[in-house]
Design a protein around this ligand. Structure first.
Ligand code: SF4
Length: 196
């Protein structure tokens, strides 16, 4: 599976301390996309699903969030990943997709159907800059939060009623802002961050 980055712990894209997996590849080119560097496929970033899950098993995570890029452009690998995560006992899986749920269902792809029936939440639809609102977890108001596993209803409801927040990861002089950004977040946070 072509992967852009894997980070832990993230606390802004779903309940609890989560592993965030960002896949590579997306052709939508939404204006204002927060991950433009992840839009291109790169075969040199191919990692086996087994390796990813082995790594995740070493972490005390409470869930996994898969974003990108577009996760549903690698449907076979995505199905394999979801299957392995569930087998590893990770039940809370959130996926972001630029496709709507309806578009995914219309693909009539057994891999897609498997994924949709084994995840907790799908947040669907492209990011539309003009529709940004204050709701945490999603980027713009056209995106819907589909809860497929009611065991997690309370946890997701409390995420959705909080405020928009971002986690900050710094690797040497590289800063990663993780979460659904609010207006001017970079200006506000970079004030507090020292770089080399
Ligand atoms: S669908 Fe997501 S990753 Fe793809 S361009 Fe739009 S915002 Fe970026």
């Amino acid at each position: 599976m072509q992967i852009g980055k894997i980070l832990f712990p993230i606390t802004t894209l779903g309940p609890g301390k989560r592993v965030g997996i960002w896949v590579l590849g997306c052709s939508r080119n939404c204006e204002g996309c927060s991950n433009p560097e992840l839009q291109f496929f790169d075969a040199s970033k191919d990692i086996s699903v087994e390796e990813i899950v082995q790594f995740i098993k070493t972490l005390p995570c409470e869930g996994v969030t898969i974003s990108g890029g577009e996760p549903f452009l690698q449907t076979e690998a995505l199905k394999h990943l979801v299957c392995e995560l569930r087998e590893a006992g990770i039940d809370d899986i959130l996926i972001y997709s630029g496709f709507t749920k309806q578009e995914l269902e219309n693909m009539n792809d057994p891999n897609v159907d498997f994924v949709l029936s084994h995840i907790t939440v799908l947040i669907d639809g492209p990011f539309i800059k003009e529709l940004v609102d204050d709701v945490p977890l999603r980027g713009s108001s056209n995106q819907k939060v589909w809860l497929f596993d009611r065991r997690y209803e309370q946890q997701y409801l409390s995420c959705l009623t909080g405020e928009k927040k971002v986690d900050i990861f710094q690797f040497r002089d590289e800063i990663h802002f993780i979460g659904i950004p609010f207006k001017d977040y970079k200006k506000i946070y970079t004030k507090y961050i020292k770089t080399r």
